[in-house]
Design a protein around this ligand. Structure first.
Ligand code: ADP
Ligand code: MG
Length: 257
């Protein structure tokens, strides 16, 4: 059974795309069939997986207009078992155009329902709570929320939680929180530990035990068009994403019991 996970947080720069790429890569490494859908007009997931601009179309933008997933839009990556639907700046127009659609919150859902052959689909959401993110959440089984381990981590989270509640009440009652992930964690910085304590107090076991360290290899990898896991398999950040994949699978097995 496929599982659709939106990586969401309306804040930019918190590690959504990094998590989408490296978690997807970790799962592909254990022979899962994984698809990343780049739903951010910035196209960072596409760039980070080495998808050149010339090879991005058709993106979700064209597919929205055709109201179906176009198989030629599903591209291979250098990782066996990991595919991607790319994005470019055209997608910014979709945010506006979607407002004119009937059932504008369900456009992604009707498209994603027809995708088969994948164990996991990750949707890399844009840094906004607009219709692209709402469509992603309506179409998803769960959402994974990265939080940067910094002072303002929790700020804005209540708006995201409210959006999730609104979606559960109106469009997708089965939407669950996959987990909250602390990213860019710096264990030498007492602030990171304070933020961690605070987040765990608020959200309890919804927070992953795994934290992702701030790691230079993670920030270098996208400019090489590679996941950190391929760029430097043994880097602390890469190993953390492997741990996260294990935890995600364990949680899933527990839920299925
Ligand atoms: N654990 C990390 N250590 C160091 N740099 C990171 C880490 N996670 C993300 N980054 C860097 O921080 C920036 C923002 O991350 P990104 O995943 O693009 O966030 P978002 O998708 O939420 O905007 C990127 O330049 C990325 O390479
Ligand atoms: Mg991003």
């Amino acid at each position: 059974m496929k599982k659709i996970i939106s990586i969401s947080n309306q804040k930019g720069g918190v590690g959504k795309t990094t998590t989408a790429i490296n978690l997807a890569t970790s799962l592909a490494a254990i022979k899962k069939n994984v698809l990343i859908i780049d739903a951010d007009p910035q196209g960072n997931a596409s760039t980070g997986l080495g998808l050149s601009h010339a090879h991005r179309k058709p993106t979700i933008y064209e597919m929205i207009h055709e109201k179906k997933i176009l198989s030629e839009g599903i591209k291979d990556t250098l990782i066996p078992g990991l595919k991607i639907i790319g994005a470019n700046t055209d997608l910014a127009a979709a945010e506006l155009e979607l407002t004119n659609f009937d059932n504008r919150e369900f456009v992604f859902k009707s498209m994603f329902d027809k995708i088969n052959n994948f164990d996991f689909i990750f949707v890399d959401c844009p840094p906004a709570l607009g219709l692209l993110t709402i469509n992603s959440l309506v179409a998803s089984d769960t959402t994974l929320i990265p939080l940067q381990s910094e002072f303002f981590a929790l700020e804005g989270l209540s708006a995201l939680m409210q959006t999730i509640k609104l979606i559960q009440e109106n469009y997708n009652k089965d939407l669950k929180i996959e987990g909250i992930l602390l990213t860019m964690f710096d264990k030498r910085n007492s602030l990171s530990s304070l933020v961690e304590k605070d987040v765990r107090q608020h959200f309890g076991n919804q927070v992953y035990k795994t934290t992702i360290p701030r790691n230079v290899k993670i920030s270098e990898a996208p400019s090489h068009g590679k996941p950190a896991l391929v760029y430097d398999t043994h880097a602390a950040g890469s190993l953390a994403y492997i741990e996260l994949a294990k935890e995600l699978i364990l949680n899933q097995n527990k839920r299925d019991e």
